[in-house]
Design a protein around this ligand. Sequence first.
Ligand SMILES: Cc1cc2nc3c(=O)[nH]c(=O)nc-3n(C[C@H](O)[C@H](O)[C@H](O)COP(=O)(O)OP(=O)(O)OC[C@H]3O[C@@H](n4cnc5c(N)ncnc54)[C@H](O)[C@@H]3O)c2cc1C
Ligand code: SF4
Length: 592
Amino acid sequence: MARKLPRKDVVIVGLGWTGSIMAYELADAGLDLIAIERGPWRNTATDYPPGYAADELRYRIRHELFLSPSQTTFTFRHKMSEAALPIRSWGAFMPPNGVGGGGVHWNAETWRFLPSDFVLKTHLTERYGVNFLPEDMTIQDWGVTYDELEPHYDKFEYLCGTSGQAGNIKGTIMDGGNPFEGPRARAYPNPPQDQPFGHALFGKAARDLGYKPFPQPSGNMSRPYQNPLGVRLGPCTYCGFCEWFGCGNYSKASPQTTVLPALVRKPNFTARDNSEVTRINVDSSGKRATGVTFVDAAGDEWEQPADLVVLSAYTIFNVQLLLLSGIGKAYDPAANTGVIGRNFTHQTTSDVVSFFDPAKFVFNPFIASGAIGMCIDEFNGDNFDHGPHGFVGGGYMGHVQTNGRPIETTPVPPGTPLWGAAWKKAVKENYQSAIKPGTGVHGSMYSYRDVYVDLDPAYKDRFNRPLVRITMDFHDNEIKQNKFLTDKFAEIFQAMGAKQVHKEYRKAPYDITKYQTTHLCGGAIMGSDPTTSALNRFLQSWDVPNLFVLGASAFPQNAGYNPTGTVAALAYWTADAIRSKYLKNPGQLINA
Ligand SMILES: Cc1cc2nc3c(=O)[nH]c(=O)nc-3n(C[C@H](O)[C@H](O)[C@H](O)COP(=O)(O)OP(=O)(O)OC[C@H]3O[C@@H](n4cnc5c(N)ncnc54)[C@H](O)[C@@H]3O)c2cc1C
Ligand code: SF4
């Protein structure tokens, strides 16, 4: 029997990027709130001192900062006809755990989506006709536009101190920036990071081929910075231990280095760590959330009553909690009804590994940050005519090699033996002169009727609840897109002077064992029609109006960028709607 805690104005589930942003905004509005976080509390000074943080085995290989599959996991299958099996070791994606969420160990590649991404269905059908889209593709417009989100993107970039070169300020195209980006109100708060030799060479080759390369927008500081909340960050030292690691230098934008120092000073904010929310409680009408139930580290169960519930537990855990709490109608792909679980997507990434003459090229891959690199956007979204190619979608591509860490950085030419003296010789010869850019082709994944999440009928978690089941595979559209992009990407390395270029196309079937980014999206999507979306344009549940669901679970499909800029902009957009509309008149903000 759960013990009942005193009522709060707001309970926030998960204290990662979106939970921290929302907690600050609502605490600032004077609300009494508590955040409940599944993982431990984490501090920069005590958890990531530079003296031991640079430990590849501990953080990258053994995933110390991540959720352990023994705590909870998902089942996976490619097709509805298959039986799903539990994931026992993370591969394709890596669920975060602990205060700061994925913001602790992200790269900090900080993108905005294209204006056309938010009106994708309308845009593509107007340009190419409805018959151009695959029949089972279920893409939708978001219900919010780029122009509406622009001030909120800006707010996140200034919170983070994003380093970058603007490409479009109020409609004026700026030299050296991304000419395809939507208009922004002002420049980035900090100039771009310096580019190492190989990255700069990629930029030159891309320019020589007629593209407009620009530096990756980066949450790694190019100089000291004080954000609007008065929190200070230091300059990045290009240490190369960034993605998968916390930053001991206070140089990577994370909840810990941008918002939590200001939030913990608010007397109306409290947090409970090591506590997993197991259910969102609703009253007998099913239309009002009464709070949440959670289990603490000792295994004791608690009920936290609240007037407003904010679900910010990351894409798949948001969907899991909605399904387990019976909120919203579960998606049924056969009948094409219901909303919770539909339009689940990931990302279509691939790489090109290039080998250069070691006598002429010394790249020193150790010198890098998590979001370093030169990119091009010519083949993203609908920035090019898809008519002749027979697919939709695209992605940015770039030389974004973020490290030369010794365990994983062993690129060797195809045909090299997999072990032994010949392998060692090849590693030694190529270590400084090969380029392997992480996820160099960063493509969109659009939504399909048979890609979704639901509750597994066979497997249970440690609380005896059904695990979430993922049904996902790449469709022909994404495979074609990836081949086109990977070939274009390889041309740039050839133009740089590589002696050998090895293309690693993304192919079906989806490989659950190989890392492909932790950009899971959808499952509780936003929209303007309650029969095809779980949330309205303010990320408010259509079914339970005092429940708001933050994160990429709201994306109707995934674009060809990293998601967090958009995830955070939506969190600010929702916070603004709660403060300016909902608190004045609590109830459904949109009449459908
Ligand atoms: C290695 C890595 C690199 C990445 N790099 C980039 C990048 O460069 N650019 C980019 O845009 N994105 C990147 N991402 C993605 C980015 O981390 C996420 O988009 C972002 O963190 C999402 O924010 P969120 O608040 O939705 O979720 P999170 O930041 O994951 O926070 C959710 C929190 O909720 C907690 N939680 C979950 N379930 C429960 C529960 N039941 N009860 C209580 N608490 C719960 C989790 O422990 C977690 O702390 C990266 C991700 C990873 C893993
Ligand atoms: S590369 Fe820069 S931002 Fe990243 S961990 Fe190192 S010092 Fe911090």
